[in-house]
Design a protein around this ligand. Structure first.
Ligand SMILES: *Cc1c(COP(=O)(O)O)cnc(C)c1O
Ligand code: SF4
Length: 348
């Protein structure tokens, strides 16, 4: 056996999650080869991959079914030809974030709570995401050293809840997160902290001792809203991550997006809600897709969405049924789909 060379002392070993992050699959050809699929059969698109590159952690790929081009996890991440079609009504700023941006990465749309675009980075690139066109690179709160965002929160006593979003806020290192929460600590009207993150699902390695220590030390009730769209996204590593997060006292909720070919059946939705519950996560929102350019093939028509939701409510206990909502620019909160119908201007 050859003795290993000693590691250079000045470089601490990268944290396990950071290594897993960097090793994400970024080449569609590699992803398809790992799954035993032919490029032609799945219709992946170079152009779509250029506009919004593929990115998927290896642990998430391991939860995909080998040899199945219709796998619901694969469909969420693979750039495909359908994205290249221009579809009327599907635009670049589908949810009116542009108008609600307050500077410093802060988006204040709803009463009492402000959303902080903490960073533009995500561990996974979801093809249906409205942020695929969002210019967060130049407007993220961490990039600006948090100062402007913290000052805006401090100046508005009506803000009781700060929501860390992105991108994915847990893509930031623990010391960056600590920097922010130390600054927020001094603001008496901040009563709640929320995280919107997909990392504990797609890269459960992120839930490590450092992150848990940070959560334990926070002075506010913490709500963590994770994002899983299909029961297959849960595996034993995700279960362990959820259990560890809950042990810090945080409440765990899930938001999902209703997606054609991923979870557009009563069985798939019921499985998702029950599987999440088994992991300690309650359903929160089921979002109607934001009409963002490149995502039209994921859309489930409103009428079908409402019947799926009614069938789900007839099958599960009330606490396992997510609220079916759509985001409409200018509304005071997420709008229940039933009320949203007819409020969206028809496509030209
Ligand atoms: C969705 C969202 C929130 C949170 O809404 P809740 O209904 O409280 O979950 C807050 N701010 C913005 C900008 C949002 O898009
Ligand atoms: S913001 Fe969330 S949904 Fe969008 S790409 Fe990142 S992880 Fe996916």
């Amino acid at each position: 056996m050859i003795p290993a060379a000693p590691a250079p002392l000045q470089h601490p070993a990268p944290r396990r999650w950071q290594a897993a992050w960097r090793e994400a699959v970024r080449d569609p050809r590699e992803l398809l080869a790992m799954l035993g699929l032919e490029s032609l059969a799945v219709g992946w698109s170079e152009a779509a991959a250029r506009q919004f590159p593929l990115r998927v952690p290896r642990g998430f790929v391991a939860r995909m079914r080998h040899g199945d081009p219709a796998d619901p996890l694969l469909r969420q991440v693979l750039p495909v030809l359908e994205e290249d079609r221009l579809v009327p009504g599907f635009s670049l700023d589908a949810v009116g974030d542009g108008a609600a941006r307050r500077g410093g990465g802060l988006i204040h749309k709803y009463r009492g709570r402000a959303l902080l675009v903490a960073t533009g980075s995500c561990a996974v690139h979801c093809r249906y995401c409205f942020r695929r066109h969002y210019p967060y690179a130049d407007d993220s709160a961490a990039a600006a050293g948090w100062h402007e965002a913290v000052a805006l929160v401090a100046a508005d006593p009506s803000l009781h809840e700060v929501i860390l979003s992105g991108g994915d806020p847990l893509s930031l290192a623990d010391h960056k997160l600590t920097e922010l929460t130390e600054a927020l600590r001094g603001i008496p009207h901040v009563r709640r902290l929320r995280l919107h993150t997909r990392l504990p699902i797609v890269l459960p390695e992120r839930v490590d001792a450092g992150l848990l220590g940070w959560l334990h030390g926070l002075p506010w009730p913490v709500t963590i809203v994770v994002h899983a769209n299909h029961a297959n996204e849960f595996d034993p590593a995700v279960d362990a991550a959820m259990a560890a997060l809950r042990a810090t006292g945080a409440s765990l909720l899930n938001q999902a997006v209703l997606l054609r070919g991923v979870n557009d059946s009563v069985d798939a939705l019921a499985d998702l809600c029950e599987r999440g519950h088994a992991a300690g996560v309650l359903p929160y929102y089921l979002h109607q897709l934001d009409r963002v350019a490149g995502a039209a093939h994921f859309e489930v028509p409103d009428g079908e969405a409402l019947s799926l939701h009614a069938a789900l409510a007839a099958r599960l206990p009330g606490y396992l049924v997510p609220r079916l909502v759509r985001e409409i620019a200018g509304e005071p909160g997420k709008t229940p789909l039933q009320a949203a119908i007819g409020r969206i201007a028809p496509a030209e």
